[in-house]
Design a protein around this ligand. Structure first.
Ligand code: GRF
Length: 220
């Protein structure tokens, strides 16, 4: 099995990045983390990636001013130089243009801290509490031109309690993020996710626990 060369793009602390690195440290995992890239030189995750022996790259968007195309071309070039096959956005706080996304069709994953299609955008935990939702969670999806949309690969649910604080809820959701992202990358990197009419179909056997994190898996 050739492991898929995967880049993780971050802008901040990188806890999802660490979860992916930990999963990929198993030689049997179908993706290898070949690069961690950041648009922010001060992103805390960069140091942790370097400590794990992973090449890092900084493409600082501020250098390009308002020229998003130039920033994205520079990022794209770095990814090509590292022969990247799959991109995982993990707290990467730049919107990607339709041009960039078209270079990587069904090859960019993102994690969003809500049960999409609910609560797209920012401040998801506060908004879920304010909406009186009874459950919340996180979603890994393929990136398409429309923000926080695209075929859902994996989704993890947590309960939302009446007296929840944003901090407590965020921690509960983050724990589920760290489970679903390694699972989603595993399935995509082993070519077991097919996108059909905007939906993900997962092929092959998954454990009963994994099946609870996959929409529309036959084991449901
Ligand atoms: C996570 O909540 C993720 O869902 C969102 O940004 C946050 C990144 O956290 N997209 P971390 O940098 O992975 O710790």
């Amino acid at each position: 099995m050739t492991r898929k060369r995967t880049a993780i793009l971050i802008s901040g602390r990188g806890s999802n990045m660490s979860a992916l690195i930990a999963a990929a440290s198993d030689a049997g995992y179908p993706a290898e983390i070949a690069l961690v890239g950041s648009n922010r030189p001060e992103a805390a995750g960069l140091q942790r990636a370097a400590e794990a022996g992973i090449p890092t790259a900084i493409v600082d968007h501020t250098i390009y001013g308002k020229d998003r195309t130039a920033f994205e071309r520079a990022l794209h070039d770095v990814l090509l130089q590292h022969r990247i096959q799959i991109i995982c956005l993990a707290g990467f706080m730049r919107l990607l243009s339709p041009w960039f996304i078209a270079q990587w069709p069904n090859r960019i994953l993102n994690i969003h801290p809500a049960l999409l299609p609910s609560f797209k955008g920012l401040d998801t935990h506060r908004r879920a509490i304010e909406a009186g939702a009874s459950e919340h969670g996180a979603t890994v999806h393929f990136v398409v031109a429309e923000m926080d949309s695209g075929p859902v690969v994996a989704q993890g649910r947590v309960p939302l309690f009446p007296d929840d604080t944003e901090t407590a809820l965020a921690a509960r959701v983050l724990a589920v993020e760290h489970r679903i992202y390694p699972l989603a990358l595993k399935l995509v990197a082993s070519d077991r996710v097919r996108v059909d009419d905007g939906r993900c179909i997962v092929c092959g056997a998954v454990s009963a626990e994994e099946a609870t994190l996959l929409p529309r898996h036959p084991a449901h």
